[in-house]
Every structure is written in structure tokens, then in C-alpha cells.
Design a protein around this ligand. Structure first.
Ligand code: COA
Length: 255
């Protein structure tokens, strides 16, 4: 079975992470599938809402670390991850996420491009880019300070430690906290409510809320991607990835 499941019903396209044995970490092929699903959902006039969901125990463990260790097959700008990120950032219809368990790296940063986020009470959000010898992506270095305030953003992005569902609710990253067994169903119920509303009003309302900084978001993503791409092959990241694979603590004393 595919690592990304895409299902459309009653005006709602649901994109599900389905790689539980690797904690729903995302490979290049998975980014490509998600980017394609967004293009399809954008073009299909019968689709009004997109829902991202994982499993009740884990939303997404971020980028596949093994993939990080491989040299990119494409030029930086064409990599599927960037197709996905630019696609979700400019997606015109409402996007909902149901997040339970760990949401690491892009598992958290993609949420800044969703319109509604429902968190299981076991949700653990983290952006551990510094701990991996990397820097933020997905325009998170722009959007996290805006949403959290600078000092809380600095704590999340410099320390990279997890924060939990109630904190996400408090800073405005999550709309509601629900029992993990109910998160996906709750997101679907909200999606069905939105799908019953006029699509043109949904699209115009989202466009008007986002237009003020849409160009800046895309430009910021591109700027982050240049640093991120370079840092992937630098000693700190090599050490962090090696340590993860070897199940040991990284040693940054020499980098
Ligand atoms: N890439 C590749 N493999 C991953 C992965 C990732 N991002 N996250 C988890 N896995 C693998 C583990 O290596 C492990 O493989 P194994 O069974 O061969 O040992 C398996 O998935 C289960 O993960 P495990 O760490 O044992 O699960 P856990 O429940 O103890 O912890 C996480 C879950 C998500 C907290 C933890 O796996 C984690 O921190 N993952 C890395 C997250 C990360 O740094 N992502 C990159 C962000 S930019």
C-alpha cells in the first residue's frame, strides 16, 4: 500500500500519512504524491476542502533522515519537498490538519499553511532543526515569530524541544484539542461543514486573509531553502543524521 493515501469523498480530499513503521516520516516520493494531490484537489471543482491526517499515535516524524543523507536527485528548486511546500502555501481552498502524537520538523511547519488544526491531547509539536545542524524551512522562521511572539518562537526554534497540545492551543497553532481517537473524525466533520459552504466565498475569504504576505512567504521559503540545502551536507548535519541512524547522541563539539 502507498505511503500516502489520497481519498476524495463528498467534496473533501483526505491526504493520509501511511508509513507508520517509520513514524510517518516523509520521503521524496511522498512529497511528490502530496504535491500532486494538492494540484489535483485545486483543479477539481468538486473538491472544496483538503484534510491532512496521520495516525492517532503519530502525525509525522518529519523528513526521512535517510533521504536527508542522500544527495538530491533534482536541482534544489525542483525537489518535491519544495513543490509540496509552495503548493500548500498557495492552495486556494481550506486545508485542515488532524494532529496526534509527534509532529516533527515539517510535520509541524506544514501546519502554518493549514487553515484549521485539530490536535489530539497527545500531540507533541517540535521543530528541531538546530539539533539536526539545519535551519528552519517552510517559512517557519517568518511565521513562527508572527504567531508565537519572538521569544516563544526563539525557544521553539533554537531549543527545538517539543511543545504540547495545550501550548499549541494557547499560541494559536491549534484550534481545538480533542481525544486522539476522535481527532481524525472531528477534522472530517469540520471539513464536511466547510464543504457545505459556497466555495467561492471560502476561496475569497482565504485569499483576502493571506494576500498581504503571500509573496513574502514564498520568498522566505526560497531563502530558507538555500541555507537548508547547503547545511544538509555540512559536518553538523552529517553528525546529527549519523547519530540518529546509529541511535546515539550527536557530538557537536568539533563542528
Ligand atoms: N526518518 C527515518 N526514520 C525514522 C524517522 C525519520 N524522520 N523517524 C522515525 N524513524 C524510524 C526510526 O529510526 C525507527 O526505525 P527502526 O524501527 O528501524 O529502529 C522507527 O522509525 C520507529 O521510530 P522510533 O524512534 O523508535 O519511535 P519513537 O516512538 O520512540 O519516537 C519520534 C518517535 C518521532 C519522536 C522519533 O522517531 C524521532 O524523533 N524521529 C526523528 C524526527 C526527526 O528528527 N525528523 C526530522 C525533522 S527535520
Amino acid at each position: 500500500m502507498s505511503d500516502i493515501l489520497v481519498h476524495t469523498e463528498a467534496g473533501v480530499t483526505t491526504i493520509s500519512f501511511n508509513r507508520l513503521e517509520r513514524k510517518n516520516s516523509i520521503t521524496s516520493d511522498m512529497y511528490a504524491s502530496m504535491a500532486d494531490a494538492l494540484v489535483q484537489a485545486e483543479a477539481d471543482a468538486s473538491v472544496r476542502v483538503v484534510v491532512f491526517q496521520g495516525h492517532e499515535t503519530v502525525f509525522c516524524a518529519g523528513n526521512d533522515i535517510g533521504d536527508f543523507q542522500k544527495p538530491p536527485a533534482q536541482g534544489e528548486g525542483e525537489r518535491p519537498v519544495f513543490r509540496f511546500l509552495h503548493g500548500i502555501a498557495s492552495f486556494s481552498k481550506p486545508v485542515i490538519a488532524a494532529v496526534c502524537g509527534p509532529a516533527v520538523g515539517i510535520g509541524t511547519t506544514m501546519l502554518f499553511h493549514c487553515d484549521l488544526v485539530y490536535a489530539g491531547d497527545n500531540a507533541a509539536f517540535s521543530m528541531p532543526f538546530v539539533n539536526l545542524g539545519l535551519c528552519p524551512e517552510a517559512a517557519s522562521s517568518l511565521l513562527v515569530p508572527q504567531m508565537f511572539g519572538y521569544h516563544r518562537a526563539a525557544e521553539a526554534l533554537l531549543m527545538g524541544e517539543p511543545f504540547f497540545a495545550e501550548a499549541a492551543l494557547e499560541v494559536g497553532l491549534a484550534n481545538r484539542v480533542v481525544p486522539p481517537t476522535e481527532a481524525n473524525a472531528y477534522a472530517q466533520a469540520q471539513a464536511r461543514k466547510l464543504a457545505a459552504k459556497p466555495l467561492s466565498s471560502l476561496i475569497q475569504t482565504k485569499r483576502l486573509m493571506k494576500k498581504g504576505q503571500m509573496a513574502q512567504v514564498h520568498a522566505h521559503m526560497d531563502e530558507e531553502a538555500i541555507s537548508f540545502g547547503r547545511m544538509l551536507s555540512e559536518p553538523a548535519a552529517r553528525e546529527a543524521f549519523g547519530a540518529f541512524m546509529e541511535k546515539r547522541k550527536p557530538d557537536f563539539s568539533k563542528v
